[in-house]
Design a protein around this ligand. Structure first.
Ligand code: SF4
Length: 688
């Protein structure tokens, strides 16, 4: 039986932190109340498809009522990039971020929300349509609303990570019928806002967010509900969560949607997110806070290393420097592992280096980036979290988890030469993800077909689980993985590694079903850029067979990023470049071909094999490890809307890597296209 905080507080005299101090208290007091009403004098902002109506509400004092509108009148799919574009995230103080809330919402080339518009609107409720908060997992999107004074967020549905970020910040979320009642003067019990969640999430909301919840838990002011899940066959994700349960008996099983507290074995943040983590920890626990297990956590300087290459980012370089400085301050204060750039060269992209250096088989890892799921190739459970959640888990050593549902991909057969794991995941995106079968689920990969893929290729599958809107990806373990792990981290003990392997139980339940994919049926794929002007967004689920897209000329070929800068990706680029060299070819005139290494280890591998020199010989631009063009901040971005890029990165969202059109494709396709000048699938006799 779950006790409400208020009942328990009455018994213990425990004082609700959100009502007293910390970030919650500094922004709002007495939140959330036991009954929710609209505050006299405060306003409701409707994010309407008619952008002029938004302007009238912001600047002309227009007040709308829900009964005047339909849900169809409201903006759907507001993505987190629109709420806080990358340049807004160069600020780390939420109050500063709030000044530029919704800076990415444009009308006729101009911002709908001018600076401070949301804050100055005296608004406490914000209203939109379907799927609020799609896109990247950035917590800044939820922060920009909260620190602009919004307490209640109304939408028909929320993207799962954005919803979780709102919960962690103590934002109440409701639907349009609830808003209508509030606007009619009704008081709505808090339990109506919290009741649709599991008991632990309800407690987090009742407390005013994750930090007050964790403090109350540590103070013994909260009792977690006991788990009553009986012994049952479990998926790989369930196994790893079950073995990390806090406060539950040994051998306790879990099932999807169980709300639990679980230990984490490690995590990491990067310079885009660390400053917030440091600031939040200082605010919550004081300037002399300490972390219990710093060697299992890390900071990386990878995302903004080449930010100065983007003219749009140049005016913000002083803020980027502040982010870097605060990351250094956090690392020195806390003693976490340091993967800072040295002489302007990064050790590598966080997800690649983490799997090379410290993710171990069977670990539960959380980090502040949506592609953390890449670590699933190591038979580990890994996913991305917001800065608040990360700050909380890095200080507590445990985190709140709602056990995800699973979907299984049983791989059989073998890929044809010319196809790669990227083609497999693009096919899954176009089919299963488009049908939302992967939504918020752990994507479990297994079968004899998986064993035919290298460990790096498995990492490509897991990396793009986030593009599938999955919770994570996780691969079965085998001898190849153990060999790879022992080569990457020779200090590990092989027997211990094997003992920590997880496999699904016979009879494990998959809410998303079991899907057999015959690798021999996979053909070279792209995800096309759609036609945003006609309402077809550029999206990784826009799958197409290369044989069906006709001749598509390219200006840029880009090979790199966490998903395509691994050793085996470099080997793919090298295979094509060797054949091109043998045929006397160089990169096609009019095409720029970039390869960016995923880590220093990968670069050394290329140098050792003579491929670094080969790439230079055939006309490739080589870039040291880092994120770069993938995030619109490095060599290889498009400059004009008419440029066409074929890229091995994982996302083709409009504008992410420049204003041009971006086709996602495999490393082999990217390299082959660089020499032909148009999107071309690879075959060994292509240049014969
Ligand atoms: S390479 Fe791209 S997708 Fe990967 S972590 Fe960096 S910015 Fe994110």
């Amino acid at each position: 039986m779950v006790q409400t905080t208020l009942e328990h507080a009455a018994r213990t005299g425990y004082e609700h932190p959100a009502r007293d101090l910390g970030r919650g208290g500094s922004m709002r007091t007495n939140w959330p109340p036991n009954t929710v009403t609209l505050t006299p004098g405060k306003r409701v902002l409707f994010l309407t498809k008619d952008l002029n109506l938004i302007k009238q509400q912001l600047y002309d004092g227009l007040d709308l009522r829900m009964e005047d509108l339909t849900v169809d009148d409201l903006l759907d799919d507001i993505n987190t990039d629109v709420m806080t574009p990358a340049w807004v995230c160069f600020d780390h103080e939420p109050a500063e971020i709030a000044k530029n809330a919704y800076a990415g919402l444009m009308h006729n080339g101009l911002r709908v929300f001018n600076e401070n518009a949301l804050q100055n609107g005296n608004i406490e409720v914000i209203v939109s349509g379907q799927r609020k908060g799609t896109g990247s997992s950035r917590e800044t999107a939820a922060q920009c609303e909260r620190w602009a004074g919004i307490n209640i967020v109304i939408a028909a549905s929320f993207a799962p990570i954005h919803e979780r970020n709102n919960i962690n910040l103590g934002q109440l979320m409701g639907d349009h019928a609830m808003l209508e009642r509030l606007q009619n003067g009704e008081s709505i019990p808090l339990s109506e806002f919290t009741g649709r969640y599991d008991p632990v999430t309800s407690l987090i909301l009742e407390q005013g967010g994750l930090f007050p919840f964790a403090k109350a838990l540590k103070a013994g002011a909260l009792e977690l509900p006991p788990l009553d899940t009986p012994s049952r066959p479990m998926t790989m994700a369930e196994h790893i969560i079950a073995r990390n349960l806090v406060g539950q008996p040994e051998g306790q099983c879990v099932k999807p949607h169980d709300p639990v507290i679980a230990e984490v074995q490690g995590g990491y943040s990067h310079e885009f997110t660390t400053a917030q983590v440091h600031t939040f920890l200082q605010e919550e626990y004081g300037a002399d806070y300490t972390l219990p297990n710093p060697p299992k956590f890390a900071v990386f300087e990878d995302h903004l290393l080449y930010a100065h290459h983007n003219p749009k980012f140049v005016p913000f370089m002083h803020k980027v420097q502040t982010l870097r400085d605060l990351q250094v301050a956090f690392q020195q204060h806390s003693g976490v592992r340091d993967y800072s750039a040295v002489d302007g060269v990064s050790p590598g992209i966080c997800h690649q280096v983490a799997r090379e250096e410290f993710i171990e088989i069977g670990d539960f890892i959380q980090a502040t980036d949506s592609h953390t799921c890449m670590g699933g190739a190591s038979n580990a459970l890994t996913w991305g979290v917001g800065a608040t959640e990360y700050a909380n888990l890095v200080s507590a050593g445990f985190t709140f988890v709602k056990v995800p549902e699973s979907i299984r991909f049983e791989l059989v057969g073998e890929l044809h030469h010319g196809c790669t794991a990227k083609d497999v995941i693009l096919a899954i995106l176009a089919d299963h993800a488009r049908k939302e079968l992967t939504l918020n689920r752990s994507m479990e990969f297994g079968g004899q077909g998986l064993a035919s893929l290298s460990v790096d290729e498995r990492a490509t599958l897991c990396n793009m689980a986030t593009e599938c809107s999955g919770r994570t990806g996780i691969c079965e373990a085998d001898d190849d993985l153990v060999r790879w792990m022992m080569a990457a981290q020779p200090h590990l003990d092989e027997d211990s590694l094997r003992a920590r392997m997880v496999a699904p139980d016979e009879g494990a339940h998959y809410d998303g079903g079991v899907h057999v994919i015959d690798l021999s049926s996979i053909v070279p794929m792209v995800a096309h850029p759609g036609n945003p002007d006609e309402g077809v967004p550029s999206d990784p689920t826009n799958g197409a067979h290369i044989s069906d897209i006709g001749e598509v000329s390219v200006n840029i070929a880009y090979g790199g990023s966490c998903t395509a800068g691994k050793e085996d990706d470099i080997a793919y680029y090298a295979e094509v470049c060797m054949a091109a060299k043998a045929a006397g070819l160089k990169v096609k005139d009019g095409v720029e071909f970039y390869i960016q290494y995923g880590s220093g280890v990968v670069k050394d591998f290329a140098v050792k094999n003579g491929w670094h020199a080969l790439f230079e010989e055939v006309g490739v631009h080589l870039i040291d490890p880092g994120c770069g063009a993938c995030i619109g901040a490095g060599p290889g971005v498009s400059i004009t809307p008419d440029q066409v890029t074929v890229s091995a990165i994982n996302r083709n969202f409009q504008g992410r890597s420049g204003p041009g059109k971006l086709y996602l494709a495999s490393p082999l396709t990217v390299a082959a296209s660089a020499f032909t000048g148009h999107i071309t699938s690879w075959r060994p006799d292509l240049f014969a």
